[in-house]
Design a protein around this ligand. Structure first.
Ligand code: SF4
Length: 340
């Protein structure tokens, strides 16, 4: 720390005053959401939009991929676009219900042109998680297709788009490519209109948030790639949280939002996520003035503690989705300042 740095207490820890005062608190939004029938079950978003489906596992966080499990279910129900990106034919032999089920990503991705315009038809402003069933920045998705996704977002100023990736280095490359391809004009980017002509859009788009996942310390590099991107908001998804993480105030500089979540496998907890690690991250985020959203935690139900796993550990239960059931200090579901 340089000579003359003044430290001030924030959230129980001391941080440099320059950071405490930087453009006020970033964790400030009075956003309230009432989830309707057609809304996503993912707590931190309203809807999902999947112009790209399918993926390849790239990190420890991918091991029990939720999207893969969900895609298998949809493929078994006959949805063609998921069948294309999974192993298996779905032809089940009589007497053997598991004979050829869809089971794993086959490493193909499907760019669904027919899904591109869906958000244009949603009139009500929504928070939209882009590509919940894959990764928009998978190496097989052409930049030209990602640019089409950007164009739709540019033409939907009523919505907020949240793009989460485990490949933030490709996101950096894409943004450079996009900026070079389009014409800059006074801080705006020119997008071609459907019926001809051009439209100026503020750049970076004010309604697009960019995020990356960090499950273990081996993912730290993702944060530095993300911070190289220009976006209205930058966020980190610490889900599934697989070990304790230490995020300094400087590391969290420029980050607007932290989502923290334990792993789930259907209705059961996945790999262990310690409550102390969640608690520590909530405190680290709050100390840096970052909005924190605790999505899901694991807990040990005191009434079934007598039940142990084969390794002698108590069986973990997922807490109910209602955050009222979380320990009081983890009932935190904030959005970044200015979120609509
Ligand atoms: S990057 Fe996401 S969608 Fe792809 S395998 Fe990993 S967890 Fe699943």
């Amino acid at each position: 720390m340089g000579t003359g740095s003044v430290m001030v207490p924030v959230g129980g820890v001391y941080i440099p005053a320059r950071l405490a005062m930087r453009d006020g608190p970033r964790a400030e939004s009075d956003r309230t959401v009432t989830k309707g029938k057609d809304m996503s079950e993912i707590a931190w978003t309203d809807k999902t939009w999947n112009p790209v489906v399918g993926c390849t596992k790239v990190s420890a966080g991918c091991v029990n991929c939720y999207a893969e499990r969900m895609a298998c279910r949809l493929a078994c129900m006959g949805q063609r676009k998921y069948q294309l990106v999974l192993d298996g034919t779905g032809i089940v032999l009589p007497g053997d219900p598991n004979s050829d089920r869809y089971t794993h990503w086959n490493t193909e991705v499907f760019c669904d042109e027919s899904a591109l315009k869906i958000p244009l038809h949603w009139r009500k402003p929504r928070m939209i998680f882009v590509c919940s069933m894959g990764d928009l920045f998978h190496e097989s998705v052409p930049f030209e297709f990602i640019a089409e996704v950007w164009k739709v977002m540019a033409f939907c100023p009523q919505h907020t788009f949240q793009i989460l990736t485990k490949r933030p280095e490709r996101k950096v490359e894409f943004l450079k490519w996009l900026e070079n391809k389009h014409t800059y004009d006074g801080g705006a980017l020119l997008f071609k209109k459907e019926g001809g002509g051009w439209i100026h859009k503020q750049w970076p788009l004010p309604n697009v948030w960019l995020g990356t996942s960090v499950s273990t310390t081996r993912d730290y590099e993702n944060i530095f790639h993300l911070k190289a991107c220009r976006a209205a908001k930058l966020f980190l998804s610490l889900e599934p949280l697989l070990e304790g993480l230490s995020l300094s105030v400087d590391t969290l500089d420029k980050i607007d939002w932290l989502i923290i979540g334990a792993e789930s496998k259907g209705n059961w907890p996945g790999r262990e996520c310690k409550i102390e690690d969640v608690r520590s991250l909530v405190q680290q985020g709050q100390a840096a003035g970052v909005a924190v959203f605790v999505k899901q935690i694991h807990g040990i139900d005191p009434f079934i503690n007598h039940r142990l796993t084969s390794k002698g550990k108590p069986i973990l239960l997922k807490y109910p989705k209602d955050i009222a059931q979380f320990p009081a200090d983890l009932r935190v579901q904030d959005y970044p300042k200015g979120a609509k």
